[in-house]
Design a protein around this ligand. Structure first.
Ligand code: CP
Length: 362
């Protein structure tokens, strides 16, 4: 089997898509601006429809004929629960494997065979795995099988977390646009990121959410990204090379307090020390990469404070009640954008769109 992650990006995207539509969801580079905005729109419509009991009942029929497997062998709270919530909203039965000690992998069944077996029971497999490239290789493997079903990457080692990036960009849209309902407008000339500065702070080297969101933001001209991290944890050269190729304006910074006043959004991350091999990040000084309450007098009035969570100490808890703190909103936005994505994967986004237009106008 070719190792998909080593192929050029364009070739990877082609192999992951079918009929010019996403089939497997593995890397953020699969999403262009049109698709991002379409999914934000479907998410916005879905949450409006779900507000009414009749609407929730309608949504509950949309994917009742499909079944999902969550193969999550790395810990997760949000990604797991938002995908299971998305399944529940769309009426889609689901099952999960979260601990391989309860599966036949303990008897020596390979992960490849496990995925092949799961593909016989289910219509989509959402994968969280500690190994970079695992989900992508499984997608490639299923492409060669008589029964091919979508693989969705729910977090792949230190590499990517594309559905987190979707919820992050959806959160940015909801906060940068004058009203969240503006997500529903088909106005591709409007670029809400033009002239905006977004700072990524913390462990950027191993933070897969930052890596995926950087790819998405690179789709928007005139955005400026600041990578604020200790040298040892600075963003990877593969990302900076990608940003160079796409003419994105970015800078490296070494102290959050020097840049906070310039930021329209600040995306905090924790130390990803689960990826340490021998405790190598234990002695890194992170004191310059903490958002403290005493910085608040330098915040812009509409600063968007984000964090993929879980957090440790990188955001002062006294900021939680500040209306600019959006990290718990991100959690809820994740449920709706993943609902939109699941509907899209099974060509049911049009059903939601039609239902919305029948009952609402904008
Ligand atoms: N943000 C995120 O991926 O959280 P979980 O690890 O809890 O899924």
């Amino acid at each position: 089997m070719d190792e998909l992650p080593t192929l050029p990006t364009g070739r990877r995207v082609k192999l992951l898509n079918q009929n010019d539509r996403l089939f497997h969801v593995i890397i953020a580079q699969q999403f262009d601006r049109e698709l991002i905005e379409h999914l934000c729109r479907i998410a916005e419509m879905t949450r409006a429809i779900h507000d009414a009991r009749a609407g929730a009942r309608f949504l509950n029929t949309v994917l009742s004929h499909k079944r999902a497997m969550l193969y999550f062998i790395q810990p997760s709270t949000r990604t797991f629960l938002s995908f299971t919530s998305a399944c529940q909203i769309l009426g889609m039965p689901y099952n999960d494997v979260r601990d391989t000690s309860t599966s036949s992998e303990v008897k020596g069944e390979t992960e490849d065979d496990t995925i092949r077996v799961l593909s016989q029971y289910f219509d989509v497999i959402i994968v969280r795995h500690p190994q970079e490239g695992f989900a992508e290789n499984m997608a490639h493997m299923l492409n060669a099988m008589p029964r091919n079903i979508p693989i969705v990457n729910g977090g792949s080692g230190k590499d990517q977390h594309p559905t987190q990036a979707l919820l992050d960009i959806y959160t940015l849209y909801r906060n940068l646009l004058p009203s969240p309902l503006d997500c529903l407008r088909h106005d591709h000339d409007h670029n809400p990121f033009a002239g905006k500065t977004i700072a990524f702070v913390g462990d950027l080297k191993r933070g897969r959410t930052v890596r995926s969101l950087s790819y998405l933001l690179a789709r928007y001209p005139d955005v400026r990204m600041l990578f604020v991290a200790p040298d040892e944890l600075q963003i990877g050269e593969d990302i900076s090379a990608y940003l160079d190729r796409h003419d994105v304006n970015y800078e490296y910074k070494a102290d959050l307090k020097d840049v906070i006043a310039d930021c329209d959004a600040v995306y905090m991350t924790r130390l990803q020390d689960e990826h340490d091999v021998a405790g190598e990040s234990k002695n890194i000084d992170l004191s310059r990469f903490v958002l403290t309450a005493d910085m608040a007098d330098r915040f812009r009035p509409k600063l968007i404070i984000m964090h993929p969570l879980p957090r440790r100490r990188e955001i002062d808890k006294r900021l939680d009640a500040d209306p600019r703190a959006k990290y718990f909103d991100q959690v809820r936005n994740g449920m709706w954008i993943r609902t939109a994505l699941m509907a899209y994967l099974f060509n049911a986004d049009g059903t939601i769109l039609d239902h919305y237009h029948s009952y609402y106008s904008y």
